[in-house]
Design a protein around this ligand. Structure first.
Ligand code: GLA
Length: 787
């Protein structure tokens, strides 16, 4: 029997899409907290007799502390697709039993992509209704499903998420969406106290397959469960440097009115003091929302706890917010130059380079020592032309405005190497998934400039999966689909702005989202892309596994990357090459030999703390493989408004987001954004435009930080910078705001006087000898440079 308690059910209704802190005990989950009132008021249920299937263990309702939920930990499973499998009478006794808490890959169906069905037999006890104060709906919470699903209860479709390949609009993955379906009980669909069949038709386009996030369950919800405090809908407006005005949005998803009290308590974790207590009555009409505005302190360590207490029943729902704060100071009005001090390029190839600079408009650019064949546009700061013969060309760049001027050296290294510092780009995948279009990509490119990101060095615009037409032309060449009618025009648009054009493909027959891959057309595709002006290729393994022999050798795994690496090198254009093969077969040891400039080190990242631990924080053993033109890629940045076509704010807390950027900068990881740039909020803008933090990532030595301490929830990472300085990240991976004394020996300054600087605030700290103590919120970071 699976013991779950009612508070968990109610908390799930509150499942935060924003920055709720996970309780220390439940690794990876992001549940809200609940008041004891709920425990007391929950009614105990009586369960009817279970009519178990012959071999499938019958799911049992949970009864602890008045639970009102039936867990569904197992299901019968078959690959294939047949409409008859939706019917309750279908005899599935020959089907295998799988766990519903993990994908089918790993349960005997390795490598299987395509259609599959789950059938869950469950007695639904009528006592579920008596345990609810509003017995009108059955709620099916079916975890996340990779990729698209349709759910049938006793043969009738009751829910659907994503789209199947044959659906209008084509296949759409929604692999990260937690399925939460409501069935109206008036339809009479539920067979109370008898066997019911929940049939789940799944289409998996690639990757793990099926249920993969938590334990599916069913319940008859409480009325108050219709209320959600959705952190994805919180809005923040910063008032000066010290405060933030936060709008809390409560919504009522049920067709009945709701009345409750929103109680707020704000804790300053640095002092341990409660700095605000507030309460407000909230009335919500059926299926309507209500907003409550609060002014909160905006500095590290401020945590707001919200509790909504349903007036009729006293049921309480809770959520915790790490209050966001902006550390990056505003740009000066006087001119400043930013970005990497070096760039690699192949001799004789075209170059487009935007000089990153800030200051009041209009800015005027000039350059001394620019090699022949290259010109600088004085108004836009775009350098274009042809890369000169092999050699190092140091150019003195100057930028002026009415208030003054700034100058610095920039070195163009013409030769074999590209990507001397990590690529900094925007990629379409996490904002738009397969809905990206030419118009959205151009909009993102323009936003990169208008929002001030290009001025800090963000220069790539990468079109990820979903741009390809289903069919090649008669001559075998790839073409853009109806959303990408003019790839060459898109390339021109980007280059005119000094931006780099990135494109995605797969060595397999199909990409991960089932668009045509490059298999059999490699040389033609490389030439086609370069004809469009492509500067960066992301080559994603996906269906290539089907091409491997039964017992593949390392050479078999390397073959498609070696081939594309050579083809790209032969093009009359420098193309930066990303090997997207998830860190398999020690790619970090051979990626560069095959022509790669960066290589994915892990599976796909998501926006959770657990994912940061599994990606960025797991890079420690591989630091030594990083250098100019060779970068470990722990995957894209999970920041801002994102969600592969279903835009929502990242689920990382503010502190986790500071950690994300700080760690990727220390690792010299490619910085690839996945957020919707036109809607950049103030907090995210601060994260993405801090020139001193970016300078750590773009340092010309291009080394990865080394983890020098990993103890009691603290990690210290140290990166050697040009000129003998060090960047130091002190990460608090523990559950509480805390202080930590960093021994100067950790960053090589034992017994020496040194000058620490707070990189995010861009402020010197007092020069000192000996150790340095930092105060860091849970999951946050202190990022310092040491001179
Ligand atoms: C894989 C990659 C993702 C994305 C998708 C596109 O999952 O790892 O980053 O490119 O494919 O289908």
């Amino acid at each position: 029997m699976n013991i779950q308690t009612l508070p968990r059910i109610v908390a799930t209704a509150f499942l935060a899409h924003g920055a709720a802190r996970k309780p220390p005990s439940s690794a990876g989950s992001r549940t809200a907290w609940c008041a004891p009132a709920l425990w007391a008021l929950a009614a105990l249920l009586q369960w009817g007799p279970a009519q178990a299937q012959p071999t499938l263990p019958q799911p049992q309702p949970t009864a602890a502390q008045g639970a009102a939920r039936v867990d569904l930990p197992q299901a019968r499973f078959s690959v294939g697709d047949n409409p008859a499998w939706a019917q309750p009478a279908f005899d599935d006794r020959a089907w295998k039993i799988l766990r519903t808490t993990a994908p089918w890959e790993g349960q005997g169906h390795e490598g299987y992509d395509g259609f599959a069905w789950y059938r869950i037999h469950v007695v639904i006890p009528s006592s579920l209704k008596t345990g609810s104060d509003w017995p009108e709906r059955l709620r099916l919470q079916l975890s996340a499903i990779d990729d698209a699903d349709e759910v049938f209860l006793n043969g009738v479709r009751v829910g659907k998420t994503g789209r199947m390949p044959a659906d209008a609009g084509g296949f759409e993955s929604r692999s990260q969406t937690v399925r939460d379906y409501l069935v109206d009980l008036q339809t009479g669909l539920v067979r109370w106290d008898r066997n019911n069949v929940i049939a789940v038709r799944v289409y998996d386009a690639g990757g793990s397959g099926g249920f993969h996030k938590g334990l599916p369950s069913l319940s008859v919800p409480q009325r108050a469960e219709g209320v959600q405090l959705d952190q994805a809908r919180l809005r923040h407006r910063f008032l000066g440097a010290d405060d933030v005005q936060t709008t809390v949005v409560l919504s009522n998803r049920f067709p009945l009115p709701q009345q409750g009290d929103l109680q707020v308590q704000v804790l300053d974790q640095a002092s341990g003091r409660v700095v605000l207590r507030a309460q407000q009555r909230v009335n919500m009409a059926p299926e309507q929302t209500a907003e409550v505005e609060l002014t909160l302190p905006a500095r590290p360590g401020i945590e707001a706890s919200f509790q909504y207490v349903d007036v009729p029943t006293g049921l309480a729902l809770g959520s915790t917010l790490v209050v966001p704060y902006v550390l990056t100071p505003p740009d000066a009005a006087t001119p400043a130059l930013h970005g990497a001090s070096v760039r690699g390029a192949h001799p004789g190839t075209p170059l487009h380079h935007r000089v990153p600079a800030t200051g009041n408009a209009p800015l005027r650019f000039s350059a001394q020592g620019l090699p022949a064949g290259l010109v600088l546009d004085a108004a836009s700061g775009v350098i274009s032309g042809t890369v000169p013969a092999a050699g190092r060309y140091t150019v003195r760049l100057t930028v002026n405005n009415d208030l003054g001027s700034a100058a610095r050296d920039w070195t163009l290294v013409a030769g074999e190497q590209l990507a001397l510092t990590p690529p900094m780009a925007w990629n379409s995948w996490h904002a738009f998934g397969t809905h990206a279009s030419d118009a959205l990509v151009r909009q993102a490119a323009q936003a990169l400039i208008d929002q001030g990101l290009a001025a800090k060095g963000w220069a790539g615009v990468h079109v990820d999966d979903g741009w390809q037409a289903a069919r090649r032309r008669a001559d075998g060449s790839l073409q853009g689909n109806e959303r990408f009618p003019d790839m060459e025009g898109l390339g021109r648009f980007l280059h005119e702005r000094g931006l780099q054009f990135g494109l995605y493909s797969s060595p397999g027959a199909t990409t991960c989202a089932l668009y045509p891959g490059s298999l059999g057309f490699e040389a033609q595709d490389a030439a086609t892309w370069v004809g469009w002006g492509v500067d960066h290729v992301r080559y994603d393994q996906c269906s290539y596994a089907e091409q491997l022999p039964a017992r593949p050798t390392l050479e078999d795994h390397q073959k498609p990357y070696r081939q594309m690496g050579q083809l790209l090198r032969q093009q009359p254009r420098g193309v930066v090459f990303n090997l997207c093969q998830y860190g398999e077969h020690k790619v970090w040891t051979w990626g560069a030999q095959l022509g790669g400039h960066s290589w994915r080190m892990t599976g796909d990242i998501q926006d959770s703390w657990a994912d940061l631990l599994a990606t960025g924080f797991s890079m420690a053993p591989y630091a030594g493989f990083v250098g100019p033109g060779r970068f470990n890629d722990p995957d894209m940045l999970m920041l801002g408004l994102m969600g592969a076509g279903e835009l929502r704010p990242t689920r990382l807390t503010s502190d986790e987001q500071y950690t994300h950027i700080s760690l990727w900068s220390l690792l010299a990881a490619p910085l690839v954004l996945g957020n919707h740039l036109p809607a950049l909020d103030e907090f995210t803008r601060g994260l993405l435009t801090n020139s001193e933090v970016i300078a750590i990532n773009q340092d010309a030595r291009a080394l990865s930080a080394v983890r020098v301490l990993d103890r009691n929830g603290w990690q210290v990472w140290v990166k050697e910078l040009e000129g003998g300085a060090r960047a130091v990240g002190v990460f608090n991976t523990g559950p509480r705001f805390d202080r930590f004394e960093v021994d100067a020996a950790l960053f090589g300054r034992s017994g020496q006087r040194y000058q620490p600087r707070d990189a995010w605030r861009q402020r010197d700290l007092p020069a000192r000898n000996g150790s340095l103590t930092v105060a860091v919120p849970s999951h946050g970071v202190a990022l310092l440079t040491i001179r």
